[in-house]
Ligand binder design. Sequence first.
Ligand code: A3P
Length: 308
Amino acid sequence: PKERGWSFSHVYLFEQFWCPSSLIRERNIFQKHFHAKQSDVLVASFPKSGTTWLKALTFAIVNHKKFSSTENHPLLTSNPHQLVPPLYTFRGNIHDQILQLSNMAEPRVFGTHIPFPSLPKSVIELNCRIIYICRNPFDTFVSAWAFFNKIKVESLSTLTKEEAFEMFCNGVIEFGPWWSHMLGYWKESVARPNTVLFLKYEDLKEDVDFHVKKVADFLGCSFTQEEESDGVVESIAKLCSFEGMKDLEVNKSGTINFEIKRFENKLFFRKAEIGDWVNHFSPSMVEKLSKIIEEKLSGSGLSFKMHS
Ligand code: A3P
């Protein structure tokens, strides 16, 4: 089935997820030509769940010995999406892009919004480590709606917030349904905890230092006692903080070629709050989305913090 979805273009139901047609094509090319390496790390998420933040943290953690000083750290002059390129959702010559990825320094860190069942086979076979971040669907909706409005996507320009919300509730949004997206990674993280680490945006907000250490342990690059007492954990958390990143020149005035168009980096930084949804949701929206969460996630053990 094809729908005018909440996406850059139409979305198609592919392996039970709503995807743009380009993604389906790219996926087939990737299955054939992309070869994962055992040391690869995947930062996975549903869009607007904290991808930029987790990309920055993972990049900084993985490279903490290489860039021990924060003075000339790549994150000070590059947007996290430049340092952690996406798997698929490229446009242009995809074979050139695969070649570029194959030349990246190891361990390679990639980002992806691809649902778990559609990941490249080699990623699964090699047990590449995957870190997934999810966010409460109320804030995710608000963040996504704000983002899509700013980038002025043609297919969305005639949508009202109510219509967009309806689609979100029906799961008709790029990479949706969001509940299946989350549950796919959630179940995998329960079954294979050494391979999939499941994080929540709200938990990271509550204690980022703890999660910096947790990610490092998961990736097998734990901090030494000495590094910890030198404040390495805190300096990574600070380097990747919303306040720190949004005021960098690269994120204020830089742009990135992302998916179908060139985006201003500042679009990835809005409010970064838990509970901003209260300013945007009507009581009936709250009721409807709460019901869907209850219905779709009950029994899974997955739950969300809704307020800071
Ligand atoms: P808001 O729109 O609620 O402000 P993604 O990176 O997946 O596109 O998600 C974007 C959301 O993460 C936005 O949320 C954005 O402000 C927030 N964000 C970006 N960088 C962040 C950071 N360093 N720390 C915390 N939140 C961040």
